[in-house]
Design a protein around this ligand. Structure first.
Ligand code: ADP
Ligand code: MG
Length: 250
């Protein structure tokens, strides 16, 4: 498969007063089209920082980010924002829906940033909501009226409204109970089966099992990776391979 996103010699340094913290250190990564990549590693290892740099939400201190054949790390802020909206989707642990807007409006606002065709965007929003198991009863509800799992599924729809080629998720199941987490992961698996690439951060082994590839981050470098192949439900070998890999990583 062709490479969709690549980072070369990525460095991210945070400066607080005279103290410099080198969070990402000359890191190289390649994401292939259709990959479901999971990034694991202990708390503070730089997982979120890496995700934000890869997706253009934050800028690296040094290094290049290449989307297909374009160096997006050289883009101006405005151009980078247009790139992000048109090609990337984001899902966060904290969900971040706008509490003052209806469910449908939360999604439409993101869609209308990219296309002025309200009719098409509305149709797509309703189809995507249906795909994640939410029907018309939710359209006019407000985020506070949904369960955590429902709200996260709305956030997934919002992330998908502009048909992104790559979807980034930072601990998307971190705040959910086990049943809701499974439902959300089933949706993520379906997105990936539809051909969209996923880059997901998690520290949960059950969540990680969905990926075909796990990268383990430690002290700002990718220590090792584990290839799990295509996801199959209830696959004991898959779980054993992943368990062994994580034990090796310590
Ligand atoms: P992880 O997601 O793996 O838990 P993060 O990428 O959030 O780790 O953070 C890695 C390190 O970088 C942490 O020590 C964190 O305090 C630091 N860090 C992250 N973002 C900032 C920031 N905006 N300013 C200063 N330090 C930061
Ligand atoms: Mg994090």
């Amino acid at each position: 498969m062709p490479t969709i996103l690549e980072a070369k010699m990525l460095c991210k340094t945070f400066s607080t007063g005279s103290i410099q913290q080198h969070v990402l250190k000359n890191l190289n990564i390649q994401i292939k089209e259709g990959d479901f990549t999971v990034i694991m590693g202990s708390s503070g290892s730089g997982k979120s920082t890496l995700l934000y740099a890869l997706s253009g939400m934050d800028r690296p201190t040094l290094g290049e980010i290449i989307f297909r054949d374009t160096k997006i790390s050289q883009y101006s802020n405005d151009k980078l924002a247009v790139f992000r909206r048109s090609h990337c989707g984001f899902i966060f642990q904290q969900i971040y829906l706008n509490e003052t807007m209806s469910i449908l409006d939360n999604i439409l606002v993101s869609g209308l940033l990219v296309s002025k065709d309200r009719k098409t965007i509305t149709k797509r929003a309703k189809e995507l909501l249906s795909d994640v198991g939410l029907d018309e009863k939710c359209y006019n509800k407000f985020p506070s009226q949904l369960s955590g799992g429902e709200a996260q599924r709305v956030a997934i729809v919002r992330a998908l409204i502009n048909e992104p080629e790559i979807v980034f998720a930072d601990e998307p199941t971190g705040a959910l109970n086990s049943e809701n987490a499974t439902h959300v992961l089933d949706v993520m698996t379906k997105i990936n089966e539809n051909g969209q690439s996923i880059v997901m951060v998690t520290h949960d082994i059950k969540t990680a099992r969905r990926a075909n590839r796990i990268l383990y981050l430690k002290d700002g470098v990718i220590l090792d990776e584990c290839n799990l192949g295509v996801y199959k439900k209830n696959d004991p070998d898959r779980h054993a391979n992943l368990h062994e890999f994580l034990q090796k990583m310590g």
